[in-house]
Design a protein around this ligand. Sequence first.
Ligand SMILES: [Zn+2]
Length: 103
Amino acid sequence: MYQINEDLAVQVGLTQKDRKKLDKLYNKIMNILRQSYLDKKSKIKADKKVRDLEFQMQSIWKFDQNSFYHKYRFFFKGCECFNKKGIFIPSSRCEFHKRLTKR
Ligand SMILES: [Zn+2]
C-alpha cells in the first residue's frame, strides 16, 4: 500500500484521482521489483520501466522530473547504488544502473 505524506498532499493539492493514480503506479513498480532478472538486458529494461513510472509519480506530485530523486530504483534485488540523503547515485558495480555512470 502506497503511503502518502498527508502534509505534502495537502500542500500540493492532491485530488482523490491523483491518489488513485499514485497507488496504481506504486503497485506497478512493486510488481516489477518483485521479479527476478537474470540477464543484463532484462535488468536494464526493468529499470527503465521503473524510471518511467517514477517520473509519472513525480509529475502527479508536481515535483520536477529528476531521476536523482528516484527511490524505488534502489529496491531491485542486487542494486548496489548509493542512496545518500535520498539522492540516487548510480554505481559502476550495479548491474541495473551501471550504464548511468558513463557520461
Ligand atoms: Zn543500482
